[in-house]
Design a binder for this molecule. Structure first.
Ligand code: GLC
Ligand code: CA
Length: 589
């Protein structure tokens, strides 16, 4: 599974060595004067607490959300059609994976024009209508921005590859090979095998961290930075609330182009395992982040920068906020959501680090996205998946972090990988089959109801098959079941928004040596009750005795804020009995 070597790095606990290289200077990229329309300015009136601080951000994979023209692929009008649903759920912002014109070698992560909409998803007028309609639903729109690479069909790359002295040659990374048929160095693509592809026209190799159809831009070239910042301005001017920055630690490469170090073992593609310190997390990226932050800050309304940052420890995480908190507001924290097993100690440590180790910055927790097997399967034990999904939801929505969720997570959608190689759509699955079946399994169409194609599309054939689970796992059915996962999410989202302790209280681990039950106290920042959250991570019942006096809690009981299976409304703090995989969320004072 998972295409992310960076994620694999996290799993293997390998420290990324940051090379001390000089920071390139970037001229010609000063922030644009504020050109936002009056409507946008109005939308974003100054606010003491920026909106994203306690937001619920919902990732939409547009191909799979809602199809309105019957071609089997989701579209912008489909998202518009589902805004009522999103508003009802309490979503504050949607992040759309790329909808720019693209040959779709990597389903939109190969962009050929940064300032247009792919007709497959609709028109620019549709997009503008989405931003406006979303606004009237109190929902902001966040675009995916792929700065690291373009499509090989981008006019920039077509020019670049045309001759060695083309003005755009240096927009990409071209090198001589070490000899006939031998690439410049041992660097590997995240999608398997060499990261270099030979181009016969000019007899040089170009570098691509991802698929060969995704050539990396040369960020040492100021013209590249200017072109990409112009693209960002284009969307900021149209009223987007910010960007999710794709593969952002991969922006720079070590200019010495020396080989990567080889670590023991093989990677998922059967290639040698490289430490990637020459192609990820180079220090130059931080200067670009500071410039980009200046750009978004020159617009009103707290525009936000979110980073796709798979990092291995909290110190690295902290760096992405910037030494002076002048880089990303929300680098994704993948260290909590991708622990990938219900290990109390690890969750306690990682949540606590996010609470205390980020210099007061806001963590952004993510458990699901379009690149990884769904949390239902990563955390589920095959028997108690439904109860475990409630724990995952609780972890996401009762800590202090900003929450990011992925369509379908709220109903417990299951990873449904292709059955044969012929069915595979994702390039990763094509290269990695059968060991790595790629990412189609977590990108299947949204399950809305029990009708044909789960209400996603009227097409005869949808771009990915509808998972068989749709008859019972869908929005319609779960809306009508008081104890469904969907209703659990809705209740948690309401607490996340409205309960002062859960909204913004300090997060303090309690009963902190318990190996079976994860417990924390969310302290009311003002007067009023605090909230105790307790989750039994095991398949056996456990009883906990809480001593909360040192935390200023004098009462001896807790009152449940949500209906919990098999638990009474009021519990004695000296004797809290938690059935297998139970969650208790209760007010204490
Ligand atoms: C990011 C995206 C992934 C894409 C890759 C290359 O990891 O999330 O889907 O394939 O970047 O753009
Ligand atoms: Ca790069």
């Amino acid at each position: 599974m998972g295409p992310k070597p960076s994620l694999r790095l996290v799993r293997q606990g390998i420290e990324i060595v940051v090379l001390a290289l000089t920071v390139a200077s970037f001229s010609g990229c000063s922030p644009h004067p504020n050109t936002a329309s009056p409507a946008v300015q109005q939308q974003t009136a100054a606010n003491a607490t920026p909106w994203w601080k306690h937001a619920l951000i919902y990732e939409i994979y547009p191909r799979s959300f809602q199809d309105t023209n019957g071609d089997g692929v989701g579209d912008i009008n489909g998202i518009i059609q589902r805004l009522d649903y999103l508003q009802g759920m309490g979503v504050n912002a949607i992040w759309l994976t790329p909808i720019y014109p693209s040959p779709l070698a990597d389903f939109g992560y190969d962009i050929s024009n940064y300032e247009a909409i792919d007709p497959l998803y609709g028109s620019m007028a549709d997009f503008d209508r989405l931003v406006a309609d979303a606004k009237s639903h109190h929902i902001r729109v966040i675009m995916d921005m792929v700065l690291n690479h373009t499509s090989d069909q981008s006019p920039w790359f077509i020019e670049s590859r045309s001759s060695r002295n083309n003005p755009k040659r240096d927009w990409y990374i071209w090198r001589n090979g070490k000899g006939p048929g031998i690439p410049p160095n041992n660097w590997q693509s995240d999608f398997g095998h060499s990261a270099w592809t030979y181009d016969a026209t000019t007899k040089q190799w170009y570098y691509h961290k991802f698929y060969a159809a995704q050539p990396d831009l040369n960020w040492h070239n100021p013209e590249v930075q200017k072109a990409m910042f112009d693209a960002c301005r284009f969307w900021l001017d149209r009223g987007v609330a910010g960007f999710r920055l794709d593969a952002i630690p991969e922006l720079f490469e070590d200019p010495t182009f020396q080989d990567e170090k080889i670590l023991p073992g093989k990677n998922a593609f059967g290639d040698p395992n490289e430490d990637q310190s020459r192609t990820e997390n180079l220090p130059e990226v931080h200067e670009v982040m500071r410039q980009l932050r200046k750009l978004v800050d020159s617009y009103p309304g707290d525009r936000v920068l979110i980073g796709e940052t798979y990092l291995s420890n909290i110190q690295e995480q902290l760096m992405w906020y910037g030494k002076n908190n002048d880089e990303l507001q929300l680098p994704m924290d993948m260290q909590v959501g991708f622990i990938n097993k219900l290990d109390v100690d690890q969750f306690r440590t990682r949540i606590n680090e996010a609470e205390t180790g980020l210099n007061g910055n806001m963590p952004l927790f993510v458990f699901d996205n379009h690149d990884n097997e769904r949390s239902w399967d990563r955390y589920g034990d095959g028997k108690h998946n439904a109860a475990i999904a409630r724990i995952v939801a609780t972890l996401l929505l009762t800590t202090r972090a900003t929450a990011m969720t992925y369509y379908g997570q709220e109903i417990g959608m299951v990873t449904t990988p292709p059955k044969t190689r012929a069915e595979v759509q994702d390039p990763v699955g094509k290269i990695g089959w059968p060991k790595d079946k790629g990412r189609d399994g977590e990108r299947t169409p949204m399950q809305w109801d029990t009708s044909k194609n789960a209400g996603f599309s009227t097409a005869v054939k949808t771009w990915l098959p509808i998972p068989p689970s749709y008859k019972t796992v869908n929005i319609q059915v779960e809306s009508g079941q008081p104890d469904s996962l969907l209703n659990w999410y809705k209740q948690l989202i309401a607490l996340h928004k409205n309960n002062p302790a859960i909204h913004d209280g300090q997060n303090i681990m309690v009963d902190a040596s318990d190996p079976n039950v994860l417990s924390y106290l969310r302290k009311n920042p003002g007067v009023g009750p605090s909230v105790l959250v307790a989750m039994n991570f095991t398949s056996k019942p456990h009883t906990v005795a809480y001593a909360l006096q040192t935390q200023g809690i004098q009462g001896s009981t807790a009152t449940a804020l949500l209906e919990d299976d098999g638990m009474s409304k009021t519990v004695d703090l000296n004797h809290v009995m938690l059935p297998p995989f139970a969650v208790f969320i209760g007010a204490v004072q």
